[in-house]
Ligand binder design. Structure first.
Ligand SMILES: O=C(O)C1=C[C@@H](OP(=O)(O)O)[C@@H](O)[C@H](O)C1
Ligand SMILES: C=C(OP(=O)(O)O)C(=O)O
Length: 471
C-alpha cells in the first residue's frame, strides 16, 4: 500500500487517485480491497479524529482571499482538502505546511486571484468544486474545473444557475456536469437567492460570489444548513447578518467588498468522521471509548441527537469554544439500540451520517425510518442506492418508500458475508468496515482507498482501539 505524502509547497501525490501531466485525475491507480472480520475484543481507549473537512476547505479558500498570512492549526490533510490547497495555489495564493503540521496561507486579497494556467482538478470533492465555483465566477478570469469519475457525475447546475446571475458564464457538459469552463466577471452583480434544496455548498457558493460584488448578497434557506461559511467570513472581517424566518428557515445577508484580513484558524475534529468511531463503539459489545476535541456546531450534530433517541450511552464532556466553534469530548459506551424515526428537517444536520446510521439501525431492534433523504442520491455515490445495497448484501432488509429509507433491524444479528461495492464513496467504505466488525460473517469491501479523501489514518486509529482491521 502506497502512502500519500503531505506536500511542503506543492506536488501532491494521492493514495487513491493519480494525475497525468495535464493535472487531470485518472481512474484510481490501485484499489484497496479489504476483508473485515468481527472485532476481536471490545474497543477501548481515547482517540482524536482528523480536522473538520468543511472548515478546512473554507479556511484555505477564505485565507487565500484575505490580506496577510493566516495560520491554520489542525487542518484536515485528506485528499479532498489537499485538492483545495492545490487549487488555491494555482490561483496565486502561497500555501505551505511547516514541520509542526501548521499550514500557512499568504492570501492575494479579494478580487486579486490570478488566472490558473491549467485545469483545476477537484478530485472527489463536491465541496471544493461548488464553493470554488462561487469564487471563480466573481473574478475576471477564465478557468476550467474537473474532477474524478464520481465528481463528474454530480450536479453542478445547482450552483451555476444562481451564479449566472453575477454575469459569469459557464460551459458544462449535459446536465451541467464537470468539466466546467467558467468565464468569471470582475464586477459581479450581487445575488438574491432562495435555495431550492437544503445545501450548505450552494449557499456558500452564492455568498462567496457576493464577496467581490458591490452591495448586499442575500440568501434564504428554507431549512438551516451548516453555517461555517457565515462564521468564518465574520472571523476574517466580513459583515454577515443572519435572521431566522417564521417558517424555521434563515436569511443571510452579506455586505460585499469587505476588507478580509488574515486570521488564525483552529480546526476542530470532524463530527462526521467521529461518527464512525462512535457507532463502532456503540455496536461492539463492551466498548468504552473517548473521542476528544470533536466539533459540536449544532447544525452538525443531528446524528448525536438521533443515536441518543435510539438509546445510545453518549456523554459530551469538556465542552468549550475553540476558534469560534463549540467543541467537546464524546464518551461512548456500547449500548443496546432501538429503532428510530428521523424527521426530514433533521437531514441537513446529519446529511453525511446516514450510511453509518443505517448500519446502527440494521443492528438495532425494530424498524427505523429515515425521512426525506433524497439529497443522498447526489453524493459521491447514489447513497440511497449504495446504502441499501450495503445492508441487503449483508442480510439486512430495507425498503425505499419515496424519499424515505426504511431499515428492518436485526436485533444485534447482522448476518454479513456480503461483498460491498463502494462506488468511489469514502463514507460507504467506512460504513461497510464498521458493519464488518459486528457482522456474523466476514464482509468484503471492493475498495477502501477513497477513505483518504476525508479520514486519513482511519484504520490505524480504529486499530489503536482494538478493532483488528487487517488494513
Ligand atoms: O458545505 C459543506 O462543507 C458540505 C455540505 C454538505 O453538502 P450539501 O451542501 O450538498 O448538502 C455535505 O454533504 C458535504 O460533505 C460538506
Ligand atoms: C458529501 C460529501 O462530501 P463532498 O460533497 O464535499 O464531496 C461527504 O464528505 O460525505
Amino acid at each position: 500500500m502506497q502512502k500519500r505524502q503531505i506536500p511542503a509547497s506543492g506536488g501532491l501525490t494521492y493514495g487513491g487517485t493519480s494525475r497525468n501531466e495535464m493535472g487531470m485525475t485518472q481512474a484510481p491507480s490501485s484499489s484497496r480491497p479489504l476483508r473485515v472480520t468481527r472485532a476481536p475484543a471490545p474497543l477501548a481507549g481515547t482517540v482524536a479524529v482528523p480536522g473538520d473537512k468543511s472548515i478546512s476547505h473554507r479556511a484555505l479558500m477564505f485565507s487565500a482571499l484575505a490580506e496577510g498570512e493566516t495560520r491554520i492549526i489542525g487542518l484536515l490533510e485528506g485528499e479532498d482538502v489537499l485538492r483545495t490547497a492545490d487549487a488555491m495555489r494555482a490561483l496565486g495564493a502561497h500555501i505551505t505546511r511547516d514541520e509542526n503540521g501548521r499550514w500557512h496561507v499568504r492570501g492575494r486579497g479579494l478580487g486579486a486571484l490570478t488566472e490558473p494556467s491549467d485545469v483545476l482538478d477537484m478530485g472527489n470533492s463536491g465541496t471544493a468544486a461548488r464553493l470554488l465555483s462561487g469564487i471563480l465566477a466573481s473574478h475576471g478570469m477564465m478557468s476550467v474545473m474537473t474532477g474524478d469519475a464520481s465528481l463528474r457525475r454530480r450536479p453542478m447546475k445547482r450552483v451555476t444557475d444562481p451564479l449566472a446571475g453575477t454575469g459569469a458564464t459557464f460551459l458544462a457538459r449535459e446536465g451541467g456536469r464537470l468539466p466546467l469552463a467558467i468565464q468569471g466577471n470582475a464586477t459581479p452583480a450581487p445575488l438574491d437567492y432562495r435555495l431550492p434544496v437544503a445545501s450548505a455548498q450552494v449557499k456558500s457558493a452564492v455568498l462567496l460570489a457576493g464577496l467581490n460584488a458591490a452591495g448586499e448578497t442575500r440568501v434564504e434557506e428554507p431549512v438551516p444548513t451548516r453555517d461555517h461559511t457565515e462564521n468564518m467570513l465574520r472571523h476574517f472581517g466580513a459583515q454577515v447578518a443572519v435572521e431566522e424566518t417564521p417558517e424555521g428557515g434563515r436569511i443571510i445577508r452579506l455586505q460585499g467588498k469587505p476588507h478580509l484580513i488574515a486570521r488564525d484558524v483552529t480546526v476542530p475534529g470532524d463530527p462526521s468522521s467521529a461518527a464512525f468511531v462512535l457507532v463502532a463503539a456503540l455496536l461492539v459489545a463492551g466498548s468504552d471509548v473517548v473521542i476528544s476535541n470533536v466539533g459540536l456546531n449544532p447544525l452538525r450534530t443531528g446524528l448525536f441527537t438521533t443515536l441518543r433517541e435510539m438509546g445510545a450511552r453518549l456523554d459530551i464532556t469538556n465542552e468549550r469554544t475553540e476558534g469560534g466553534e463549540p467543541v467537546g469530548d464524546l464518551h461512548v459506551q456500547a449500548s443496546s439500540l432501538q429503532a428510530v424515526d428521523v424527521p426530514a428537517e433533521r437531514a441537513p444536520s446529519m446529511i453525511d451520517e446516514y450510511p453509518i446510521l443505517a448500519v446502527a439501525a440494521g443492528f438495532a431492534t425494530g424498524i427505523s425510518r429515515f425521512r426525506g433523504v433524497e439529497e443522498l442520491r447526489v453524493k459521491e455515490s447514489d447513497r440511497l442506492a449504495s446504502t441499501v445495497a450495503l445492508l441487503e448484501k449483508n442480510g439486512v432488509r430495507t425498503k425505499v418508500d419515496g424519499d424515505d429509507l426504511i431499515i428492518y433491524g436485526t436485533q444485534g444479528a447482522i448476518p454479513g458475508g456480503g461483498t460491498v461495492e463502494t462506488h468511489m464513496d469514502h463514507r460507504l467504505a467506512m460504513s461497510a468496515s464498521i458493519l464488518g466488525l459486528v457482522a456474523e460473517n466476514p464482509v468484503e469491501i471492493d475498495d477502501t482507498a477513497f477513505i483518504d479523501t476525508s479520514f486519513p489514518g482511519y484504520f490505524p486509529l480504529l486499530n489503536s482501539l482494538g478493532a483488528g482491521f487487517a488494513a
